[in-house]
Design a binder for this molecule. Structure first.
Ligand SMILES: Nc1ncnc2c1ncn2[C@@H]1O[C@H](COP(=O)(O)OP(=O)(O)O)[C@@H](O)[C@H]1O
Ligand SMILES: [Mg+2]
Length: 233
């Protein structure tokens, strides 16, 4: 009797940054390039969201009418959603050997509810140890952008949604100084974890950024990508 070999654990990459920085745009570019390079399983997911419960939590959090008002209550809801997202989606995908690309993760809670919202970093750190534990991202791409430009981009995106009026969500509607604290918070996280978090200038054009990110991923995970390509026709 033969036993199927357990696949090598997958790779977990997160995208972070403020509104309109280009996270959703770049995650799609990276997924396409990874697939083209022969990575067989690329799983795209997002926060808040990524599981049945977490998607419902997302609607509660992003709608200003139902979002918890206090940053601590927000952080607890984000971590409840994250626990379910990890159990239902991220951990199973990593066990299958998938590349998991996630649009926002714990650094967003640290920046929004921590740096910009005032929840003590030590409290968030304890929650993160309990909920995420050893399943930390292998790499985080931080798209860094002046929030004035990011908010303009987010407004343009909203205006171009055909036939629908989409109101600014809980966070997009905040004052500029909130978004400036947010940016500084993200940059401080990157300075504290330079081996995990790579800062990318999000003011460059879309394809230049996609090239930078791809070169970084291809270099950092060269062995894994070479292995992934072997089975390709
Ligand atoms: N590098 C870029 N330069 C200019 N506009 C961009 C760039 N990247 C994305 N955009 C546009 O900005 C808007 C926000 O991008 P998006 O990827 O949705 O940001 P995020 O997911 O970080 O909020 C979209 O309309 C997108 O087409
Ligand atoms: Mg997005």
């Amino acid at each position: 009797m033969t036993h199927a070999e357990a696949p090598e654990r997958g790779v977990f990459i997160t995208f972070e940054g403020g509104e309109g920085a280009g996270k959703s745009t770049q995650i799609a570019h990276l997924a396409a390039r990874m697939t083209a390079a022969g990575a067989p399983h690329v799983a795209l997911t997002r926060e808040p969201g990524g599981s049945a419960f977490a998607e419902i939590a997302r609607t509660l959090i992003l709608d200003p009418a139902s979002a918890p008002k206090g940053p601590l209550a927000q952080a607890l809801l984000f971590y409840a959603a994250r626990a379910d997202h990890l159990d239902e989606t991220i951990r199973p995908a990593l066990r299958r050997g998938s590349w998991v690309l996630c649009d926002r993760f714990s650094d967003s809670t640290r920046a929004y509810q921590g740096a910009a919202g005032g929840v003590a970093p030590a409290a968030l750190s304890q929650l993160d140890d309990i909920v995420v534990g050893a399943d930390q991202p292998d790499l985080t791409i931080l798209l860094d952008l002046d929030p004035k430009i990011g908010l303009q981009r987010a407004n343009q995106r909203r205006a171009s949604s055909p036939g629908t009026f989409v109101a600014a969500d809980t966070y997009e509607g905040r004052q500029l100084d909130f978004h400036q604290r947010l940016r500084a918070g993200f940059l401080a996280l990157a300075a504290a974890a330079p081996q995990r978090i790579v800062v990318v200038d999000a003011q460059l054009n879309e394809l230049a950024i996609a090239d930078l990110i791809w070169r970084h991923v291809a270099e950092r995970f060269a062995n894994r990508l070479a292995g992934a390509g072997k089975g390709a026709p």
